[in-house]
Structure formats: C-alpha cells, structure tokens
Design a protein around this ligand. Sequence first.
Ligand code: ADP
Ligand code: MG
Length: 237
Amino acid sequence: NLSGDVYRRQHEITVTGDEVPPPFSSFESTGFPSEILREVHNAGFSAPTPIQAQSWPIALQGRDIVAIAKTGSGKTLGYLIPGFMHLKRCHNDPQMGPTVLVLSPTRELATQIQDEAHKFGKSSRISCTCLYGGAPKGPQLREIERGVDIIVATPGRLNDILEMRRISLHQVSYLVLDEADRMLDMGFEPQIRKIVKEVPTRRQTLMYTATWPREVRKIAADLLVNPVQVNIGNIDE
Ligand code: ADP
Ligand code: MG
C-alpha cells in the first residue's frame, strides 16, 4: 500500500511482521463506531497520533503487538479503543470477571488510564475499575463483585487479590502490559508472570513500552505469540 508507506515514512514508523495493515491516517478511516468518534472529536483531537494510526489496524485484526513509542505519544488510546471493540464482540458477563486487563506500574498511571477509559468508553457503556496498593482493599473488592469490563491494575495489588481468590481472570481475552519497561525496572516481573498464568492462553496480548531493552524483549518473547512490532522514531535500547 503506497499511501501507507508514505505515511509511515513521514511519521518515522517502522513495522516488522507478516502483512502489516496500513496505518489509519484519519479518525474517519478507522471505522470506529460513531459514539467513539464523537468522544475523540469532543476531546479536540484532529488526527490519530502515529502510534495510534499504526497500532489500531493491527490490534483490530486480533493480533499480538509490541508498540515502542516515547512517553506522551498517545499509547493509552492505542490499546483502549481496540479493547472497547473487543469488548463489544465478546458479550461476556462482567459479573464473571473482567474481559480486558491492563497492567500498569503505578497507582498514578493506572488512575490516568481509568480516567481515559471513562472519558472515551462511557458513551459505549463500558465499565472500568482500578486496583492499586497503598489503599484499602475493601472498596476495590466490592467493585470487582459488582462486575467490570476493564480492570487496570498494578501487578502487586492484583496478585494479592488473586491470592485471596477474590477475582477470576478466566474471562480475560485482551491483556495489555503498559509501560512494560517501567514495570520490569520496578521489579514486577515475578508478579506479572504469576498473573499471566491465570489468564487463558487464548487471548490477544499487547505490550506498550517507551524503550526496548533486553529484559523487555525477553518477556515479550515469552508472553506474546507472533507479534507485530511497531516503532515510532529511533529505538532506545
Ligand atoms: P503515552 O501513554 O504514550 O505516554 P498518553 O496515552 O498518556 O501517552 O497520551 C498523552 C496525551 O495525549 C493525553 O493527554 C491524551 O489524551 C492525548 N492524546 C491521545 N491521543 C491523542 C490524539 N490523537 N490527538 C491529540 N492528543 C491525544
Ligand atoms: Mg502511557
């Protein structure tokens, strides 16, 4: 696709993988439902960012993806909107557990992701809750019991709740490792691996990271299946 190649060159996008679909250069070309398009319009966004433009069509194909792009490049919506589309197709019962699981390194980042999910997913009736340490477990457990589509969690707290057997991940089929490099820097690798053992292997796995050091490449090789890799700009190892 020639115009896809031009867009990639203009935005310093490089891809590796089989038959990678061309980027969506505009919101109109995404085919997202009107309630989502209305929210991005209300947010004042004029076009997808490069990481969104290239990771959306790949994620919508149900493929695993590694996306490497610097902070502030719009990675959150890069995985959230395809996650909303995934939820619509699944028709799962939220009382049986979340369908989308996002792992995030800190309470602050997890809360920001939840805010973004509320802002862009509310009109699609998507529910989202946050699990993080340094706060009482009671309210978090009650939110889980009430039923949610999306859980955004720090690995430590989610692992504690799993050990208490107060959450089931058997329905998760869209797993996101956000800020994977930071989670590994913070020593969360053992918790991440324990959590992933509770998620069915029949799933889509998406990894978003700002840098691509050896430890991140290793965990990607272990947890993702035949991923498409997308880089924006120079790779910082
Ligand atoms: P990252 O995770 O890559 O650090 P974020 O997803 O947090 O980046 O996005 C950074 C900021 O850009 C947020 O305020 C977000 O709402 C905004 N943003 C996301 N997508 C777009 C877009 N297409 N156009 C303009 N701003 C955007
Ligand atoms: Mg981010």
